[in-house]
Design a protein around this ligand. Structure first.
Ligand SMILES: [Ca+2]
Length: 218
C-alpha cells in the first residue's frame, strides 16, 4: 500500500477510533494505536517496530532505538524544532499524562502548545496539546524538510543563487535583480534572504554566477 502524506493520514483517521492490537481490554483505543497507525501508513514502518518495551507508550522514546525503529525515524530530545509530521512523546508521570502519551504534530508549536492528531481520550482528533512533560519527538525519515517559501511579493523580481563551497572558499550566495547584486556568505543570512525572495537558492556554476552578475548590470 502506498504511503500517505501527513495530511492524507490525518484526514483518514480524524474522528475515528483506531486500534491495532486489541489491547488493553478496558479501552483498546489508545494513543499508542494512533502512533502505530502513523508509523505503518506514513513512515513505512511495521507494527512490531512501534511496540513499547515497558508497556507504556513513552518507552518507545526512552528506549529508542528498539525493534529496528531507527530504520524509519530519527529521535530528538526536547521540543525545539518540532514541526508538522513529528511524533511527540510525553513522559510517564507527567502532569497531564500520568501514563504517558503520544501524538502526531500537525504544525509547529505555538505558545507552549502544539496542534496534534491525538487519540484517547476520545477518537483520533485534532487537539492543541501542552508541551509540558514532552520528552521529545521522533521524525519519519521519509518526511523531508518542508519547502514553504513566502509568496513572491508584487514587483519583486529578485532571485537567489549560490556557488558551492570549495576546499578554499565557503559557500557564496548572491541575491540579484535589475541593477541589483548582493554577494554574501553564511547560512543564516541565506535562509533569511531566501524567505524574502520567496524561493530557494539555485546552485550556480562559476559560469552561471558570472552570467547572472552581468545580467544584473554589475
Ligand atoms: Ca489498542
Amino acid at each position: 500500500m502506498a504511503l500517505l502524506t501527513v495530511d492524507q493520514w490525518a484526514n483518514s483517521v480524524n474522528g475515528k477510533y483506531i486500534d491495532h492490537d486489541g489491547f488493553p481490554a478496558g479501552n483498546i483505543y489508545q494513543c499508542h494505536d494512533l502512533w502505530i497507525d502513523y508509523l505503518m501508513r506514513v513512515a513505512g514502518g511495521t507494527q512490531a517496530m512501534g511496540y513499547a518495551p515497558s508497556g507504556l507508550t513513552d518507552s518507545v522514546f526512552t528506549n529508542f532505538p528498539v525493534n529496528g525503529l531507527d530504520a524509519k525515524v530519527t529521535r530528538t530530545s526536547g521540543t525545539a524544532g518540532i514541526r508538522k509530521g513529528d511524533v511527540v512523546f510525553w513522559a510517564n508521570g507527567s502532569a497531564n499524562y500520568p501514563y504517558s502519551h503520544v501524538a502526531v504534530a500537525l504544525a509547529s508549536p505555538s505558545g507552549g502548545n502544539v496542534l496534534c492528531m491525538s487519540q484517547n481520550p476520545g477518537p483520533a482528533q485534532q487537539l492543541n496539546l501542552t508541551l509540558a512533560g514532552a520528552l521529545g519527538y521522533l521524525r519519519p525519515k521519509n518526511i523531508t524538510a518542508p519547502i514553504t517559501p513566502t509568496p513572491r511579493k508584487k514587483n519583486n523580481e529578485m532571485l537567489m543563487i549560490h556557488k558551492p563551497a570549495t576546499s578554499t572558499t565557503a559557500t557564496q550566495y548572491a541575491v540579484f535583480g535589475p541593477n541589483f547584486w548582493l554577494e554574501f556568505a553564511g547560512q543564516t543570512a541565506a535562509n533569511g534572504f531566501a524567505a524574502q525572495v520567496g524561493a530557494n537558492s539555485v546552485e550556480a556554476s562559476t559560469h552561471f554566477w558570472d552570467h547572472c552578475k552581468a545580467a544584473a548590470g554589475k
